[in-house]
Design a protein around this ligand. Structure first.
Ligand code: ADP
Ligand code: MG
Length: 250
């Protein structure tokens, strides 16, 4: 008979904490139920697998910089146009990532673009994908600083390890040509490699202003829309609506 201590030593050495925690309970059950050996082994492996997936999701959530509250649970999908509601479940499953498609969300300020994209990203993380959130303004600063210290490629490679990055509010703040150049480099480098989830309150027709010239704007739009899902949030501002409702109640 092998002692529990001997088993524990092996499980520690092999880094199998899930099995280490649960095998005693499971082996008692297995004896009671005369569980076949193969089933017992399978159950143990499944426990370890679950634990690893959970830990990975926790790590990915930390790395994501996603705002914590903007999840699907707090998102009122009824406020979305029917076309978006219909697509939402499928998007949350993440198959679009394996096809390196982008999600491009448009709508006026307050229409729920940020919340919608973050809710999708939270779901993707639960399914084992890695996602990263940034506003366009902050991302541009990160990239620019990297470029100035000749680390732009490394920074982009780092971002390319994420299956999805959210570039929130592109075009919201006026940016310099140099700032837009690094953003263009990022988008070009991700093209057909990894997905981008982007939001903007400006339609493509106004992107000349963002990217300073129509040639760059066309090049960016071309790459973004080639494999993409476009979500048009033609809904009133949630903030304004909530204010109106509160006033109505008062
Ligand atoms: P946008 O990014 O389009 O400006 P946000 O996603 O920031 O809009 O939404 C504005 C505020 O309203 C946020 O606090 C957000 O959580 C909330 N909000 C917007 N749409 C919804 C919705 N459908 N359900 C719940 N909260 C929403
Ligand atoms: Mg927003």
């Amino acid at each position: 008979m092998v002692s529990r201590k001997e088993i524990d030593v092996k499980l520690k050495k092999l880094r199998l904490p899930g099995i280490r925690k649960h095998y005693r309970f499971l082996s008692e059950r297995a004896e009671k139920e005369s569980m076949p050996y193969q089933k017992y082994l399978y159950e143990l492996l499944a426990i370890e697998e679950d634990l690893r997936e959970q830990n990975k999701a926790v790590r990915n959530l930390k790395k994501s910089k996603l705002p914590a509250g903007k999840t699907l649970a707090t998102f009122d999908t009824k406020r979305m146009p029917a076309v978006i509601r219909r697509q939402l479940t499928t998007l949350c499953e993440g198959d679009f990532l394996t096809r390196t498609e982008n999600i491009l969300a448009f709508g006026r300020p307050g229409s729920g673009k940020t919340h919608l994209l973050c809710a999708i990203a939270h779901e993707l993380i639960k399914r084992g994908y890695a996602a990263y959130y940034s506003t366009a303004a902050i991302l541009v600063q990160i990239l620019l600083r990297a470029k100035q210290s000749f680390r732009l490629k490394q920074e982009i490679d780092k971002l390319n390890r994420f299956d999805a990055i959210i570039i929130d509010d592109i075009g919201y703040v006026e940016q310099t040509r140099e700032e837009m150049e690094v953003l263009f480099t990022l988008i070009a480098e991700r093209y057909e490699r990894k997905s981008i989830l982007l939001s903007s309150n400006l339609p493509f027709s106004k992107w000349d202003k963002i990217f300073k010239d129509s040639l760059t704007a066309t090049a960016v739009i071309d790459r973004l829309i080639h494999h993409s899902v476009i979500l048009e949030l033609n809904v009133p501002s949630y903030r304004t609506e909530m204010k109106k409702e509160k006033k109505g109640e008062a």
